[in-house]
Ligand binder design. Structure first.
Ligand code: DHK
Length: 148
C-alpha cells in the first residue's frame, strides 16, 4: 500500500512568496506543495500537504497523522518556538515526525534558536529554503523504509 506523509505548515506560511522573500524565498506555499507531491510521485509515496494559522488545528492534524499517515514533516512556523501543545501532540503519536524550516533559524534572532518541538521529533532540517521540505520527505522515507 502507498505510504502517505503529512506535510504540515503553521502560521504565516500561507504568505510565502510575498512574505520577506529575502529570508523565506520567492516560492509560494502552493509551489512548495506541488514540489512535494511531485517528489512523492517520483519516489512512490503520497503527500498530504496542509497549512493552518491555528495551533489547535495543527494538534488535530498531528493526531490524525498518528492514525492514518506513515510520518509527518512539520514546519510549525512561530509555534516552533512557543508550543508545548505541539510538543505534546508529537509525543502522543508513534509515527516519525521531522521538524523543518526554510531559513537557518540558528543564524537569526535569538528567540528562534529555541525549538519547543525539537526534543519530541526524530530530527531537524533547516536553512535549505524550499529544499528543506524535500530533504524532510527523504528523511521520512528512509526512517520508514523496511529492510525486509
Ligand atoms: C518559519 C517561520 O514562520 C518562523 O516563525 C520560524 C520558519 C522559521 C522557517 O524558516 O521556515 O522562526
Amino acid at each position: 500500500m502507498t505510504q502517505t506523509f503529512f506535510v504540515l505548515n503553521g502560521p504565516n506560511l500561507n504568505a510565502l512568496g510575498k512574505r520577506e522573500p529575502g529570508i523565506y524565498g520567492g516560492q509560494t506555499l502552493a509551489d512548495i506543495g506541488e514540489m512535494c507531491r511531485k517528489e512523492g510521485e517520483a519516489l512512490g509515496f503520497a503527500v498530504d500537504f496542509r497549512q493552518s494559522n491555528h495551533e489547535g488545528t495543527l494538534v488535530d492534524w498531528l493526531h490524525e497523522a498518528g492514525d492514518t499517515a506513515a510520518g509527518v514533516a512539520i514546519n510549525a512556523g512561530a509555534y516552533t518556538h512557543t508550543s508545548i501543545a505541539l510538543h505534546d501532540a508529537i509525543r502522543a503519536i508513534s509515527v516519525p515526525v521531522v521538524e523543518l524550516h526554510l531559513s537557518n533559524v540558528h543564524a537569526r534572532e535569538e528567540f528562534r534558536h529555541k525549538s519547543m518541538i525539537a526534543p519530541a521529533v526524530k530530527g531537524v532540517i533547516c536553512g535549505f529554503g524550499a529544499q528543506s521540505y524535500i530533504l524532510a520527505l527523504h528523511a521520512l522515507r528512509s526512517l520508514t523504509q523496511t529492510t525486509r
